[in-house]
Design a protein around this ligand. Structure first.
Ligand code: PLP
Length: 438
């Protein structure tokens, strides 16, 4: 294992490239730790100054197989000289990837339409939902994130997706998500009896023109701060939607391919959406996404009504096949579950010792820690969050930060991580927390 010594951030080479970036790139990207990534291997990333880091971000929940996975690298190397793109002509690679994926999908989901980005997949799902239901309105949730395009913005519940960007595609109706740590209704789970589900009819009565056709939901809210609803909530939502004849779209762009400890997050509660959006880990570094669905639903789309220049290209399809191979051979969803349970238990134990840790939540290798004012133990603390992210980076652990209040760290290492690697990272956290507490 690499040594996790103290390093000053940014190193001189990183600083030089960051300065160059300031001269030619707009500063509208997500605010990250100021280091410049050079290369990666497994769960490790090196910056241009030669410092190693354990990657607790997986990019942005993308590199589920770890960086430069040998199976994925050789699949791309083998495919490159054969063919890279052919628009929407079928290729053996694309059809094999769709076929294998369709066989793996739970429930009645049996069709796969390959695209490139998560927003491609959610936009396609919204189009299909409107066509199939013949209705314009879609119920979505506060804090939800489905991409940066205008259709996705119309069902987004986060401020930096909507604020000052004008009128989104109309038809989005917004309801509170089950963010139990900061309940919108000020209630406490389980005494609330999942009041937020019971309140959905009120939300729809007061906001819908009567043309509601679908619901779009993340199985856990990613961008909002790794917010996991309580057990039974998604099932309750599925039942509510079915009883009202609404199409259910689950956006698993970041939640699938083993991330939560199952291949697909909907498997935890045996959820049966009519449409499922996949992305990120699907290509584990190569852009690949898909809208998946029941054939009865997808047959509403006529030839030529869904397409994309890059979707399902042979390079991306070869990558998806390599990802499916690795998921099976290395049993990555199971490793994610086991390592995730261990990691979460260690953080929960730290929560008892450090008053600035407000909440620890997650499933598999997706864990959110919410930092709060150590005195009232509730007010979001961006300051502490920033110090944790920088302190961990200075000792070799790379984290993302996010959340509706900017006070959540994103813990999402590649699914190949081992316990010794987790222990090395946990030592770093312990050191940083101790310093902050002193
Ligand atoms: N949906 C969810 C749940 C996401 O987390 C994201 C990205 O973070 C997207 C959609 C959009 O994906 P992309 O950035 O690939 O367009």
């Amino acid at each position: 294992m690499e040594k996790l010594d103290y390093r000053s951030i940014p190193g001189p080479k990183s600083a030089e490239i960051i300065e160059k970036s300031r001269q030619c790139e707009p500063a509208c990207s997500v605010d990250q730790t100021p280091i410049v990534w050079d290369h990666g291997q497994g769960v490790w990333v090196w910056d241009v100054d030669g410092n190693p880091y354990i990657d607790f971000t997986s990019g942005v929940l993308v590199s589920n197989l770890g960086h430069n996975h040998p199976g994925l690298v050789s699949a791309i190397q083998n495919q490159a000289p054969r063919m890279m793109n052919c628009y929407s002509f079928p290729t053996p690679e694309r059809v094999s990837a769709a076929y294998r994926l369709a066989k793996k999908l739970p429930g009645n989901l049996n069709q796969v339409f390959m695209l490139s980005t998560g927003a491609d997949a959610t936009e396609a799902a919204l189009r299909i939902a409107r066509r199939y239901s013949g209705k314009q309105e879609i119920l979505a949730f506060y804090g939800g994130f489905h991409g940066r395009t205008y259709g996705a913005m119309g069902v987004a519940g986060s401020m930096n997706t909507r604020r000052h960007f004008g009128v989104p595609v109309p038809g989005g109706i917004m309801a509170p998500y089950a963010y139990c740590y900061r309940c919108f209704y000020g209630k406490t789970y389980p005494d609330c009896g999942m009041f937020c589900l019971k309140a959905l009819d009120r939300v729809v009565e007061s906001s819908s023109s009567g043309d509601l056709g679908a619901v779009i939901v993340e199985p856990y809210q990613g961008t909002a701060g790794f917010i996991f609803p309580p057990e039974g909530w998604l099932k309750g939502l599925e039942t509510w939607a079915r009883q009202r004849n609404l199409l259910l779209i689950v956006d698993e762009v970041q939640a699938s391919f083993g991330r939560t400890g199952k291949m697909f997050a909907i498997e935890w509660e045996d959820i049966h959406p009519q449409l499922l959006c996949l992305g990120k880990g699907m290509g584990s570094g190569i852009p690949a996404s898909a809208v998946c669905g029941e054939s009865d639903v997808l047959k509403c789309m006529k030839p030529g009504e869904l397409s994309s220049t890059w979707g399902g290209n042979p390079m991306a399809s070869a990558a998806v096949l390599a990802v499916l191979d690795a998921m099976e051979k290395e049993n990555l969803p199971e490793n994610s579950r086991v390592m995730g349970e261990y990691l979460k238990s260690r953080f929960l134990e730290m929560k008892n010792r450090y008053s600035f840790i407000g909440d620890v939540r997650g499933k598999g290798l997706v864990i959110g820690i919410e930092f709060v004012d150590p005195v009232d133990r509730f007010t979001p603390s961006q300051e502490i969050t920033r110090k944790v992210v920088m302190g961990c980076a200075e000792h070799g652990v790379l984290l993302g930060k996010l959340g509706l209040y900017g006070n959540v760290i994103r813990i999402a290492p590649p699914l190949i991580i081992t316990q010794p690697e987790l222990d090395a990272a946990l030592n770093v956290f312990e050191g940083v927390f101790k310093t902050l507490a002193s």
